[in-house]
Design a protein around this ligand. Structure first.
Ligand SMILES: Cc1cc2nc3c(=O)[nH]c(=O)nc-3n(C[C@H](O)[C@H](O)[C@H](O)COP(=O)(O)O)c2cc1C
Length: 373
């Protein structure tokens, strides 16, 4: 209930642990490959995010925490001083517009290729299990996935330290918080799931062991950020990057329940099936997460304004993230507020096209009205 006794809607404000959000709309993290080969945030990215700053919270595109984490072209990093400084232009532009912005911390794990890495080192993963899927886009064109190298037990604390350092850099860069990408088959998700984690050490086998890496990452980041400024993203129903484990329900409800101890900013759950469903049973709904998780929940994937309002008013979610609608509608919040129609969805060809075209040039509703009159 709100202060006036009515149920909140998507457009109601939200207090995210003393970070006031103007509404309950989150811009979902979206890789847009506009950072150039130098992997630096830039003025064009600042313009793009500032255009969308009326959303309650922006979560940036996945951002690499180390060289080893790389697995996608023209994605920004947050592990060098230069990269850290470059992000300041983005946080400043968003804050000047009154927006709030978290950085998403990303390690691609097995969804990478040796051609991204120095000396053609293989991608790393919990176990040497290849991603079965279409080819991967690499700097040398499309190539087949490779069998990754299993991280040794001793290497894991080094990766945890990369997360901590990257999160510390995000603080220097002026972000309001960080989101740990533990979804969509990337490194942390692949440790959680039995399909990809067949380790015999303390990071594999039992649920407790598979969760250990994510837990250590949260603990490490909590040395630099209050846990109330750390979010975690999970994709319990997803098939993207060849994921989906028979024990998915047990695994993800366990993880959510364990995360209670941290009093996180939020748990960000891709419960919707619009990005693919593994079909290993019934999807896990937000209502199930509500029974085990005590904190703020963000729902995502395939939501319309109506679905989002329903989930918020029935209490299954506190906030809802929108991805693709934000690509072609910089003023998504104003369109939802005024009942204005949305721009047509953007062509997939511009999602990762390296160009300004299809990035900062989508008109707001009011701009499109001026052009047609
Ligand atoms: C172009 C594009 C890039 C994406 N990049 C990321 C990313 O960097 N990190 C992430 O967690 N999810 C990423 N996603 C998934 C989105 O955050 C979101 O979960 C997905 O688009 C479903 O939400 P929607 O139906 O509102 O678009 C991406 C999706 C798209 C379309």
């Amino acid at each position: 209930m709100t202060a006036t006794g009515t149920s909140p809607t998507l457009l109601s404000s939200f207090n995210l642990h003393n970070l006031p959000l103007a509404n309950r709309i989150v811009m979902a993290p979206m890789t847009r490959s506009r950072a150039g080969e130098e992997m630096l945030a830039n003025a064009m990215m600042a313009e793009y995010y500032a255009q969308r700053a009326s959303t309650g919270l922006i979560v940036t595109e996945g951002t690499f925490i180390s060289d080893q984490a790389i697995g996608w072209q023209h994605v920004p990093g947050i592990y060098t001083q230069e990269q850290t400084q470059a992000w300041q232009v983005v946080t400043k532009a968003v804050h000047e517009k009154g927006g709030k912005i978290f950085l998403q911390l990303w390690h691609c794990g097995r969804a990478s290729h040796s051609s991204f890495h120095q000396d053609y080192q293989l991608p790393v993963a919990p176990s040497a299990i290849k991603l079965e899927g279409d080819s991967i886009h690499t700097p040398q064109g499309k190539q087949p996935y490779e069998t990754p190298r299993a991280l040794s037990t001793d290497e894991i604390p080094l990766v945890v330290e990369d997360y901590r350092q990257a999160a510390s850099n995000a603080k220097t860069a002026g972000f309001d918080g960080v989101e740990i990408h533990s979804a969509n088959g990337y490194l942390l998700d692949s440790f959680l799931q039995s399909k990809t984690n067949q380790r015999q050490d303390r990071y594999g086998g039992t649920l407790e062991n598979r969760y250990r890496f994510l837990k250590e990452v949260v603990e490490a980041i909590s040395q630099v950020w209050s846990t109330q400024r750390i979010g975690v993203r999970l994709s319990p129903n997803g098939v993207y990057n060849d994921m989906g484990s028979p024990d998915y329900r047990e695994t993800f409800l366990y993880v959510a329940q364990q995360l209670n101890v941290f009093d996180l900013a939020y748990l960000h759950i891709l419960d919707g099936l619009a990005f693919g469903f593994h079909e290993l049973g019934e999807p896990i709904h937000l209502s199930e997460f509500r029974t085990v998780y005590n904190g703020t929940i963000i729902g995502n994937c395939g939501y319309t304004q109506k679905d989002a309002d329903d989930r918020i008013s029935n209490g299954h979610a506190d906030l809802i993230a929108f991805g693709r609608p934000f690509i072609s509608n910089p003023d998504l919040v104003e369109r939802f507020t005024n009942g204005w129609p949305l721009n047509p969805p953007a062509e997939q060809s511009i999602w990762y096209s390296f160009e300004r075209e299809g990035y900062t040039d989508f008109p707001t509703y009011l701009e499109s009205q001026v052009k047609t009159t």
